[in-house]
Structure formats: C-alpha cells, structure tokens
Design a binder for this molecule. Sequence first.
Ligand code: SAM
Length: 266
Amino acid sequence: MVDTRDTAVREMDISRPAAARMYDAFLGGCHNFGVERAIVERIETALPGIAGTYVESRAFLRRAVEYLLARGVRQFLDLGSGIPTIGHVHEVARRRTRHFRVVYVDNEPLTVAHSKPLLAANLNAGITNADIRDPQAVLESSEVRNMLRMDEPVGLLMSSVLHFIPDSDGPADLVAEYRDRLAPGSHLLISHVTDHHDPVAARTLADLYAETSDPLHLRDAERIESFFGDFTRVPPGTTYLAEWRPDPGTPSAASLRLLRGGLARK
Ligand SMILES: C[S@@+](CC[C@H](N)C(=O)[O-])C[C@H]1O[C@@H](n2cnc3c(N)ncnc32)[C@H](O)[C@@H]1O
C-alpha cells in the first residue's frame, strides 16, 4: 500500500476551533477558548439538544471501559483522546482498580499540553503527541513502550475520532493496521458520527465542523460496522450509542441520534 497520509506535525492554531476544546465546552469543562465557545453556541442553536450527544458519547465510553475492566482488561490505548477530563478513561478505571495503565494519544499540541499537568499526578496514565494515522509512531512512542505491553490484551479506544480521518487517508486500512498489531483477547472500541439515523442533523453538524480545524466525515452504519473487521462483536453489536448496553433504569436517550459504535474482541 502506498502511504499517502500526511501525518506532518500538527501546528498549534488557536484562531480556529479545535475538536478537543469544543468537546470540553459541550461537556461544561474549562479547557476551551472563545472561538470554541462561539461555535458551540452556534451548533447548539442549529441543533438544540446536541450537548446531550456529547454526554451520551462519554457515557458510552464509560460503559465500555467498565465492561472491559470487569473482564480483566487493565491496559488502554486511547487514540484521539482529547482533554482527559470529566469521566475519562483513567477516572473510570481508578474507581475499580489501582492496577491499570492508560496511554492517551492526540496530535493537537495544546490538547497534549493541557493534558500533561492533568495527568502529572497519575503514575498509571500518560499522553503522547502523535498522529494516529501513523500507527508505527504511536506504537513506538516512549509512553506506549514504557507503559503498555502490546503482547498482552489491550483496550484500543477509537472514541469519536475516526470521523476526523478523511477517506483519502484510508481509515479502513488504518484501523486494520491497528487490529493486526493487537494481541488476542484485545478489544477495539469505535464510536463515530453517522448520517444513518438523522441525515439532516448530521449534515448540519458536519457543515459547522467544516469551519474548524477538525472537519467531520460522515459515514453510514455499514461503513462504521466494517471497521471492526473479523473481530467478535460484543452484544448487541454496533448500535446507536445510547442503545449499547444502557445502564439499567437510564432515562431516555438524547433526541439527536448522531453517533454509532460498539466494541469487539480479537
Ligand atoms: C472529539 S475528540 C474525542 C475525545 C475522546 N476520544 C472522547 O471520545 O471523549 C477527538 C480528538 O481526536 C483528536 N484527533 C483528530 N485527528 C487526530 C489524529 N489524526 N491523530 C491524533 N489525534 C487526532 C483531536 O485533536 C481531538 O482531541
């Protein structure tokens, strides 16, 4: 395969909204600037109730990480981690055990800079500045080599990140490269923005993200499902996120059905 992915180091650009800080703003965090708050406000005006989609995404991540912890997975590689606050992987893990390791990966320089002090007191969580389109750079990073054992089962998390990879960068081949590098017993988590349920809302969201440093690429349910390859789907398979193993007694899901995902085992 000819590698045409442009994985040059991403420059810091605080003049345009960044997905990590928009996500933080939607969750009510304080790691964001005026440019992010302004576009978040416009998105909320265009798509009332959209903030619930981000809350739903974080809740899916929590349920999936809890599922993995309950089955003995203790190592996590979180690709496109954003700013690890408000119920991120290490916060979920440490409620259950002290014996876990998380390596977060992001290529947005300020996101990594904001994350480092947040993680400084956590000996079992670290972050590396790398582009996930370069699996070799991710897997050979000092954080991954020092903190994870890739010859043992890992939870590989691709939560709300693949929709930032354009088709021209071959997302299917990229995910396959990561799948191939995982030890048996590893799991792959994917969540992805989709136009499967509500194409008009999805297009509106993508049009607004087109103004940011992180344009969105919508994919249908079939494409998202195919990223899991031959891994064994954890029931109920790939679903609208709020329908994936919901907590008992969970109130009804957010009104906008924009994210699909699931978990699968090698
Ligand atoms: C929407 S946030 C998702 C945060 C987190 N995974 C979650 O679900 O809560 C997406 C993150 O992916 C990062 N990202 C986008 N493209 C990337 C790439 N090629 N390599 C590394 N990180 C990337 C962005 O900088 C951003 O922080």
